[in-house]
Design a protein around this ligand. Structure first.
Ligand SMILES: [Zn+2]
Length: 204
């Protein structure tokens, strides 16, 4: 399962392609995206506090369609009430960002039971995992005391580097298409401004 780095990078990619990118919400919305994209792994916390971080990890339903709908609904309700925004757009955005975590875990090598994620709960209770994974497994320590220390292994460092490598072309593509769209919009604006000036020239 990827580390928060990959989940945050995907959240960043979703932010860059969303209608709220570079809006007045700015980095605060980007931060909210990153938090939502990492939130399913909150199921590490109770086990971590009990001295065994993986004890509840993916044993319950934080990695599922149902959880994405509930979290998307609650986050959009609070955000739209606070910011007086339209609900549906933000519900879909927050749902997609949360569910992006589940999708990324689905495309990862899983070396710990339960294998995969209950991706489609409540439609199905089955745990699913991609036959052709993209991301490497992360070696996690069994005890909380060595949790952060053991995360710093060479294997995990390589896994992180691979996560970054995977997202380089994603961000390059986003940048390319955004630049291209900017050029098209600039040309369209220049043409429309030129067309509006023609009657004035004729009158002269
Ligand atoms: Zn996860």
């Amino acid at each position: 399962m990827p580390l928060p780095i990959a989940h945050s990078l995907l959240a960043g990619a979703l932010y860059e392609t969303s209608p709220v990118a570079n809006s007045r919400t700015g980095w605060k919305m980007l931060l909210l995206f990153a938090v939502l994209a990492c939130l399913p792994d909150i199921d590490f916390l109770p086990g971590f506090l009990m001295g065994e971080p993986g004890r509840f990890h993916r044993h319950y339903l934080s990695h599922s369609l149902g959880a994405a709908i509930v979290v998307g609904f609650i986050t959009a309700t609070v955000y739209c009430w606070w910011k007086k925004e339209r609900f549906l757009q933000f519900f879909l955005l927050f749902f997609c960002v949360y569910f992006s975590h589940v999708a990324l875990d689905y495309f990862s090598i899983d070396s710990h039971f339960p294998y995969g994620v209950p991706m489609f709960w409540p439609l199905s209770d089955s745990y699913v995992v991609a036959q052709t994974p993209i991301f490497l497994a992360i070696k996690k320590p069994g005890a909380s005391a060595q949790f952060f220390q053991n995360l710093m292994s060479l294997h995990n460092l390589l896994a992180v580097l691979w996560e970054v490598v995977v997202f380089v072309p994603v961000f390059a593509a986003i940048r390319f298409f955004k630049k291209r769209r900017q050029v098209v919009l600039t040309v369209e604006f220049a043409e429309s401004a030129e067309n509006q000036q023609i009657p004035a020239t004729i009158q002269e």
